[in-house]
Structure formats: C-alpha cells, structure tokens
Ligand binder design. Sequence first.
Ligand code: SF4
Length: 70
Amino acid sequence: MVCFDAILVKMNGEGGVNELAQDVLCEVNNCVYWAHGNQCEADKIYVVSHTGKEADKQEETDCKTFEPQH
Ligand code: SF4
C-alpha cells in the first residue's frame, strides 16, 4: 500500500522533487494551529522575514500563517 500522507513533495525547477517539512515544531501556543507537544497542525505554513528584507538571524523570521485563538 502506498501512503500518500507519508511524504509531501513539490516539483523543483529542474524537473525533480523536493521534500517538504513534515513535522513543524512551534512554541506559539496561542495559535489556532498549535497542538500539544508543540505540534503545528496547519496543512502548510508560510514563513517570512519580518523586516521585509533578507533575514540574517532566526529572530528575523515569522510565521505568517499564525492565527490567534479567540
Ligand atoms: S501556524 Fe505558525 S504560529 Fe501557528 S502553530 Fe503553526 S508554525 Fe506555529
């Protein structure tokens, strides 16, 4: 049996595939996608540089998929 959930891939520009991150760990526990064990349950996340420029440090990146719990 082939399990299509086991690995996510996307085509790269050279006709091959790249693996995508499977297990996103996150400490932002007030996000609607956050689950126990610091698991992210979003189907995908979008990470950006919050300075709007090229990031030099991890502190300069943010998850744009974040949605606060109400
Ligand atoms: S969507 Fe972003 S902020 Fe929310 S749990 Fe996932 S990684 Fe964390």
